[in-house]
Design a protein around this ligand. Sequence first.
Ligand SMILES: C[S@@+](CC[C@H](N)C(=O)[O-])C[C@H]1O[C@@H](n2cnc3c(N)ncnc32)[C@H](O)[C@@H]1O
Length: 236
Amino acid sequence: MLEAASDDEQRVMSLVRRRVAGEPLQYLTGLAGFRQLQLRIGPGALVPRPETESLAGRAIELAPEGATVVDVGTGAGPIALSLAYERPDLRVLATELSPEALEWARLNRDELGVEVELILCDLFEGLPNALRRGVHVVVSNPPYISETERSSLPVEVADHEPGVALFSPGDGLQIFERIAFGAKGWLRDGGVLLSEIGDRQGDTVLGLLRHLGYDSPRIRDDLVGRPRIAEAVWRR
Ligand SMILES: C[S@@+](CC[C@H](N)C(=O)[O-])C[C@H]1O[C@@H](n2cnc3c(N)ncnc32)[C@H](O)[C@@H]1O
């Protein structure tokens, strides 16, 4: 006679089934490491990627003492929370369009006990007006995959991570362009825009940044040497 599965066995079987269906491992464990942090994560927010650690590191390196930094599209909060954790002198604000993703950021912020102002809004819309032309660094890992690339994504990503975190209209750069345009109203003289981009988007991004009037645009490499970080200075 077959013995009924124990609660533990049933839980393990359910996790195995979810993993076989392609759900990211981090959604099953509920945890993702990012720089010095262990973050809570689950469906509704993008799993923080190791390559984004370079972007966060560059923001941490560039922000002057006591600076104001805005993370646009914070997801579960890896960039904003790393900034606040590694640089407690900074004022960090983070915006996010998805209420589900922002809940993960809130949970992580509260567990870490760091100060980050979390704002549910489209790009810069919900930032306090007093910050106009006062921000030292705008940092973002925006959605930058075009819909035509959907079929080339692994099942873990395409079927399980939120589309709003992945896809941007047109060639994938429409949201980046809106951020680069919008940031001009918030950055102070000499302020820096930092954004993760796709490794084949560098030339187009450099052209867009020049067209928008940014100074010294450049593309930096990520941890594994791929050109993934756009950086440019805004001069008034
Ligand atoms: C690629 S994910 C990055 C998440 C997180 N910053 C990270 O690096 O793991 C992009 C994030 O931008 C958010 N987003 C997309 N469009 C947005 C918009 N118009 N305004 C604010 N956030 C947006 C998505 O919901 C998602 O959380």
